[in-house]
Design a protein. Sequence first.
Length: 412
Amino acid sequence: MGLVVLWPGGAPAHERTGVGFDRQTQQATVTKVVSLSCASVNASGDTPTGDTSTAEGSSAQQQAAGTCKRATIRVDTGDDKGRTFTEIVQPDQSRQLEQGEKVVVAYEPSAPKDLQYSVTDVNRRIPMAVLAIIFAVAVVVVGRLRGVMALVALAISFMVLNFFVLPAILQGSNPLVVAVVGSSAIMLIALYLCHGLSARTSVAVLGTLISLLLIGVLGSLFIDWAALTGNTDDNTGLIHGLYPSIDMSGLLLAGIIIGSLGVLDDVTVTQTSAVWELHEANPAMGWRDLYRAGIRIGRDHIASVVNTLVLAYAGAALPLLLLFSIAQSSVGSVANSELVAEEIVRTLVGSIGLVASVPVTTALAALVVSADRAGPGKAPVTAPEATPAAPAGAVAAGSAQTRGGRGRRRKR
C-alpha cells in the first residue's frame, strides 16, 4: 500500500548546473600522448611568494621544471562523436593519461569551443563488469539455488532503490516514510525469496521490522537533538541547491535506516535459524529454554556484528579522520564536528537496533516454534527411564519418539 500511495512518476527534470555529478558526460578515448616541457605550456611556473615548503609552492615548482603531457582525446559518443580536443596533464596530477586509455569527459555547451570538453574520470566499466561477474559466479557456485535467489533479490533491491526510493524523495515525499516503505519492501522480497515462505522467515521479517522502527525513532530523536542538518559536503549541498524542498535531515535518517537493513537481515535470520535448529535437536525444550540458548548464541553475534558495523563506517570516513589527525585535533573537537557526528549517530543508532534485534527476534522465534509442541496428538518428549524392568520395546519406542521429534508412535 505504501508503494502504491508514494509511487513516483520518475525523477523530476531540472536544468543542469554543470557542477559535480550534474554535468553532461560522454565516453572518449586517449588517442595520442606527447611529452613536453611544462615551461612551454604553463602561463607561469613561478613559485607563489617564493615559498616551496607549501603545497602550492611545491606544485608550481614541479610545473615549472617538470615534464608535462599533451593528450589528444577523441569523443566516442554523443552528437560530437569523432571530435578531438587536447588536454595538458601536469606532472603532479594524480591521474596520468596513457595512449589508448578509455576516459569520461564532461561537456559544457556554454564554454568556448576549444574548452567545451574536459577529462573528468577514467572509464571503469570493464573492470567493474568483470568483478561483478566474478562475484555472481562465486555466489552461485557456493550458494547454488539459494545463491541464484540471492542475486535475484539483490537486483530487485536495486530496482526498488532506483525506481521508488530515490525518485520519491526527489519529488518531495517524506524521506523517513519513503525509507521505511522501501526498506520493508526490500526486506519482504529478499527474505521470502531467499529463505522461502515459512513461519521461520516470517519471524525474521517481524524482528527486522520492529528493529527498523526502533532505529527510525532513535535516529529521528538524536538527529534533532544533535541539530544535524545532513548538509555537510559538496554532494548534499548540490542536492539541496537543486531541490530545496528536500528535507536533508530526513534524508540522513533515511540513509541510516536503509544502511542498517542489510546487517539486520543477517542477524534476524541467523537468530531465527538458531532457535529452530535448537528445537529440532531437542523438541522437549520450552520457550524459556529456547530463548536462553538462543540468546547465548546471539551474544556472540552481537559482538562481531557491532564491531563490523563500526569498522565499516570508520573505513568509509578514513580520509576525513586522517585530516583531523593531521590537524592534531582533540577527540572532543573531532566528535563535535557535524561530519563526524553524523557518522557517530549513524553507527550508534544502527548498532542499538542490531543489539535490540537479537532478544526481540529470539523471543519471537522461541514463542512461535515452541507453540508447535502443543498441537493435537503431540505429547511432550521425555527421556526413557533406564530401569531394569523396562521392556526393550518401550525403550525403542522412546528412542523413536526422540528421533522423530513429534511425540507419535511409529506404526509397526
